[in-house]
Write a protein that binds this ligand. Structure first.
Ligand code: SF4
Length: 80
């Protein structure tokens, strides 16, 4: 399996902090360059994995929180 996986304790130590306190936590997707946030009209939000467009190993809407993913690439905004 190359796509997102539910993780191990080793991966948990590298998880980013949710940018908005109290908001559902998406794990690695929160800081990934492939992530796109999709809000709905009822105030919920979904994390779309844009990598799923060209790589079938990645689900369009990953099961959250994603704790380990071979496709993770830190976004410039999160790099600090
Ligand atoms: S590549 Fe992995 S970490 Fe990045 S958005 Fe897709 S599922 Fe999330």
């Amino acid at each position: 399996m190359r796509g997102p996986e539910r993780g191990t304790l080793r991966a948990v130590a590298q998880l980013p902090v949710s940018p908005v306190p109290g908001r559902p936590y998406g794990g690695l997707c929160e800081a990934c360059v492939h992530r796109r946030e999709v809000p709905n009209t009822r105030g919920s939000r979904f994390l779309l994995c844009q990598r799923s467009r060209w790589d079938p190993a990645y689900p369009r809407y990953p099961r959250l929180p994603v704790e380990r993913c071979n496709g993770f690439a830190r976004s410039a905004a999160e790099a600090g």
